[in-house]
Design a protein around this ligand. Structure first.
Ligand code: SF4
Length: 246
């Protein structure tokens, strides 16, 4: 139960298909989530009728990067491993028998390529993907259903144009376009990420969350540089992703 619309829709589908008697809604808190994610989760679990089970490592993504001496990025994100996978697996090992437990993951039909890795990663638990089954719903369908059918206002980040409701719009797996969106909509979150990235670069060298490609070569693109370019650019932020390729 990540706070994403897919996991909510999956939980509703499974609750309707079976029951909520043996259902657990497991949430791994990265301490970096948008406040509205917690509002949504509260309303969602009340609607489903199952209390939230929260696990938390106690660090945020940048604290993890500092500890593992690696800045997370779209290719490798140790924050996901340490803040989500390990706490959830630890909880499963303590509370669930793989022989009679099914994990439900809220991928939608277009995310089918990610399924084998998830199935392999969670072994020996069995994993199913309810939202890839008929009726297949798009993310927009799920958001519309959330509001119209279940009477719950979807998480704010979707409304603001983010494709995922995770880590408050500062996910290190996101691309430049999303970071520019965050710079515009949540400048204090961007500033925090920029400062933490700069501190890590001091310690670890010329690495960064984002990279850019020029003449077939990849170069680090620090958030400070992305901000500097954005501030020098008078166009609306939604047009700027192409500008970065100049
Ligand atoms: S959502 Fe992004 S930043 Fe947050 S833990 Fe996952 S990979 Fe890391």
């Amino acid at each position: 139960m990540s706070g994403g619309i897919g996991s909510f829709a999956s939980a509703v589908r499974i609750a309707q298909r079976y029951s909520t008697d043996e259902m657990v809604l497991l949430f791994a808190d990265t301490l970096a989530e948008d406040p509205d994610l917690h509002r949504f989760l509260g309303e969602a679990v009340q609607y489903i009728g199952v209390p939230l089970t929260r696990v938390c490592d106690g660090r945020d993504p940048f604290q993890v990067f500092d500890d593992v001496r690696y800045i997370g990025n779209s290719r490798l994100a140790p924050c996901s491993k340490w803040l989500k996978q390990i706490p959830c697996r630890r909880w499963l090992e303590q509370h669930c028998d793989p022989a009679n437990t099914v994990l439900y993951v809220g991928f939608d039909a277009v995310e089918w390529r990610r399924e084998p890795g998830v199935v392999k990663g969670w072994a020996p638990w069995r994993v199913e993907f309810p939202m890839t089954e008929e009726p297949c719903l798009t993310k927009q369908d799920m958001l519309d259903e959330c509001r119209a059918v279940h009477g719950i206002e979807p998480p704010l980040l979707y409304e603001l144009g983010y494709s995922h409701n995770n880590c408050g719009g500062v996910c290190v797996r996101a691309g430049k376009k999303q970071w520019l969106r965050t710079l515009e909509l949540f400048p204090e979150r961007f500033a925090y990420a920029e400062r933490r990235e700069a501190e890590l670069r001091e310690k670890l060298g010329n690495y960064s969350i984002l990279v850019e490609q020029r003449k077939g070569m990849k170069y680090p693109l620090p958030l400070s540089e992305l901000r500097r370019r954005a501030e020098a650019d008078s166009r609306p932020y939604t047009d700027r992703s192409t500008a970065r390729r100049r």
